[in-house]
Design a protein around this ligand. Structure first.
Ligand code: BTN
Length: 246
């Protein structure tokens, strides 16, 4: 097990963990902050990081290809871990969001995952897996633009979970996903687990605003497979939005 650094505030745990990986930090090294002032999300977006969230970045060895299964696998092990521990109704939205899905209500985002590649003198090519989870974030701490689409774990449960306990589940999920992908037959097994947790199967989606088909399943490399009439379409990048039935 690597080092565990805990900070009251950091610009971004991801950037700190990348620095540690570049200086030879071993697998499992983790950086946690109680708040971030410049949290990073996917595709250049920010990640608002008020008190009450878990902000953690973990150094991992790079699993064998396909690389795209790692973020999805971490999300899947994390959602399963949280559901097992707290009986939460969490699912994974491709490629890296964890949503609370309660019947009759719109899905709301609880967590996001960001994976960066980095060269390490000890691990060769390494990755830093960053996880942001709304654990006990007050409703008025979410920016207005995302408040309606966001949920915090404590809102789903009779009592608020501890951030430290959720940290253990998140760090365990990242290491488990990385190791599972490196086992013989691991890619197929992780892909099957991801399919079981996948949100929106059978529903129509737009990709970058364009109506593109219905989700069927995941491909061998973790790509999202859509059915469009007679055809199948593989989505490897872009902003996927799961739509209500027409
Ligand atoms: C996303 O949904 O866009 C991914 C969000 C990832 C946020 C986490 S919080 C811990 C780590 N540090 C960062 O700056 N970003 C990641």
């Amino acid at each position: 097990m690597g080092l565990r650094e805990v900070h009251e505030v950091l610009p971004s745990t991801q950037d700190r963990a990348i620095d540690l990986a570049r200086s030879g930090a071993e697998e499992g090294t983790r950086v946690v902050a109680r708040r971030q002032s410049r949290g990073r999300g996917r595709v250049g977006r920010g990640w608002t990081s008020p008190e009450g969230g878990l902000y953690i970045s973990i150094v991992l060895a790079t699993p064998p290809p396909p690389a795209t299964l790692l973020p999805l696998g971490i999300g899947t092990f994390l959602a399963r871990g949280l559901n097992d521990r707290y009986r939460t109704p969490l699912r994974v939205k491709w490629p890296n969001d964890i949503l609370a899905v309660t019947p009759g209500e719109p899905p709301r985002k609880v967590a996001g995952i960001l994976v960066d590649s980095v060269s390490s003198p000890s691990l060769g090519q390494a990755v830093v897996a960053g996880v942001g989870i709304n654990v006990r974030v007050a409703r008025d701490a979410f920016p207005v633009a995302i408040a309606d689409d966001s949920a915090s774990l404590h809102e789903l449960l009779p009592s608020a979970p501890s951030v430290d306990e959720v940290e253990e589940i998140a760090a365990g999920a990242a290491l488990t996903a990385r190791r599972a992908l490196a086992e013989p037959g691991g890619t197929a097994r992780v892909r099957r687990l991801c399919e079981e947790m996948l949100y929106g199967v059978g529903r129509p989606v737009t990709v970058d605003g364009v109506r593109s088909g219905r989700i069927t399943t995941l491909g061998d490399e973790g790509e999202l497979l859509l059915a469009t009439g007679e055809h199948r379409l593989a989505v490897r990048s872009g902003e996927v939005r799961v739509e209500e039935e027409a």
